[in-house]
Ligand binder design. Structure first.
Ligand code: IMP
Ligand code: MG
Length: 188
């Protein structure tokens, strides 16, 4: 049986740090949205683990729904983005908080924001667990950031490489030899 930890070059955030990040963000969000109609939009699949933890640290009434998009290309190419699963509720008038796993080139979030804007929400903000500012292509900034990270390919805590490693409770930098032959294989 393979030990997934052995596939990591190093660990970027252990469980304990991630827990503290979720607590901090949940508290901040609860304060900022206490007089608003907050509604969380979680972007599948990568964000589902993080979203579930932040969600439980928000202590004001808070709705949630899920959407899924796919991006072909690692984000370094302007690969085409496709809507795979749409929201099932009307977001008009709501204060939308998009919860994402990682803000990399920003192309996925630009697409998501443009789409949601057409549905007349009252406001749209972004909460991302990880921010890789070095690789940004779109003019986009997150309102809530868990951790700023270097330009490395990371997995775990929802983030995958070829659908693997999402179930790790920590975030690690994947060893280069494992992913460098196939950079195009990123699934949400
Ligand atoms: P974007 O480049 O900001 O559009 O990010 C697109 C998507 O690529 C993210 O939502 C992630 O699902 C995925 N992604 C970007 N960087 C990484 C990484 O380091 N590990 C795993 N997935 C990533
Ligand atoms: Mg994603």
């Amino acid at each position: 049986m393979s030990n997934m930890r052995e596939d990591m070059a190093y660990i970027l955030a252990e469980e304990k740090e991630i827990k503290e990040i979720c607590k901090r963000l949940g508290k901040q969000i609860s304060e900022d949205y206490k007089d608003k109609d907050i509604f969380i939009v979680s972007v599948l699949k990568g964000a589902f683990v993080f979203c579930a933890d932040v969600f439980r640290n928000i202590d004001i009434p808070c709705g949630i729904d899920f959407m899924a998009i796919s991006s072909y290309g690692s984000g370094t190419t302007s690969g085409s983005i496709k809507l795979i699963k749409d929201l099932s509720v009307d977001i008009a008038g709501k204060d939308i908080l998009i919860v994402e796993d990682i803000l990399d080139s920003g192309m996925s979030l630009s697409y998501t924001i443009a789409l949601l804007k057409t549905r007349n929400p009252n406001s749209i903000k972004i909460c991302t667990l990880l921010d890789k500012p070095d690789r940004r292509k779109a003019d986009i900034k997150a309102d809530y950031v868990g951790k700023v990270i270097p330009d490395e390919f990371v997995v775990g805590y929802g983030l995958d490489y070829d659908e693997k490693y999402r179930n790790l409770p920590y975030i690690g930098v994947l060893k280069r030899e494992i992913h460098e032959n196939n950079k195009e294989n990123i699934n949400g």
